[in-house]
Ligand binder design. Sequence first.
Ligand code: NAG
Length: 378
Amino acid sequence: MKKSMRGPFLFILGVTFSGFLFSIHYTRDRDYDDPISIPVANVPNQRLNPKNPLSRVISSTGIEIVPPPPAPEDFGNCGCKSEKTGKTYNFCYTDPQNSTSIGKKFSCDHLKILEKLNLVENPGPFVDLSDTEKNSKEIVFVSAVSDNHFNEATTSISAFFKFNPNGKFILYSLGLNELYINNVKKDFKNLEVREFDTTGYPDYTRTWMEYRFKPLILAEVMKEFSNIWWMDAHIVVKKPKMIELLYKGLAENVKSEVPIYFLFIQAIPILPHYVLTYFPTNSIDLLKNEKRGFQLGANTFFVARTEYTVEVFKWWILCALDKTCMAPPGAQVYCKFGKDRNNEFAKCFRFDQSILNLLLLNNYQDANKYLINIGYLF
Ligand SMILES: *[C@@H]1O[C@H](CO)[C@@H](O)[C@H](O)[C@H]1NC(C)=O
């Protein structure tokens, strides 16, 4: 595990996109779904989902995006009806680039959880991305750790408080030993420690290696906080001004109204077929395009609570709650790159990160739009 985490970490220091380090190690060899190659359609007039508040966005070609006709209220076979409110919600993802490209339906069992997490009817308040001063005061840092990564987490938290002595940091315990919890509370007075309570979530959300906890914790935190910076437990900040630099990057992008930003790049271009049955996409070729694509690393990233974020989180959480969407058969963090890294499935998968990246790329069609590259800070 340690080695796998070191890959993206060293990569940041390397400033170069090539020479990715994961190829060296892999442990298991099981059966994998074949990679899928979907031809990229030439659609200058990008269309977005009717429910998608991004419909104001102008496409990269400068043509205003025309929303497709609204779907019927019951969403046909894709609808899930709330026992609580009687309202029906759409549980089939539609490729924002192609309104007839519709994914497999997620289980309606998960609707109760979405309701609890405020992901189907979120009344706001939402973030005004242009209000940098207010946002930078409200930002909260969030991480999660289990016993086996405890030492890395203390290094990470210690570095954080060194540069941000008054920062707000919430550490979620993934079943941490009480001794560890007491120690970390003693060492960092401004640190808030919370237990990640999986009651009500499927049992497999406790398989930490599948990283389902990350979207779930973020959704829980988003009920309370509107500016959130996630840090994986091994991320260690090495330079000052991380908050200033983030909001400087946001201010430069503010017109695009992008509310979720990845903070550095890693490249794992091919997704297992299973994921794409839920999330059909036109963007596979973009993942291989060095100028617009990349699969960005979401081991540290920023989220602002906006209507669009709530929509993305709905699908991200549905995937996390599904047995195979977030952990397709054979998924593992170690990659095995073949001769052609763009066309041979490297048998690795970044779980939560791969899904979030796909959802954003499907919308924005260019990874640069949701990248603030401050990887050099870590
Ligand atoms: C849109 O999706 C449908 C269904 O998957 C597919 O048949 C069609 O070719 C796609 N259109 C474009 C322009 O990619």
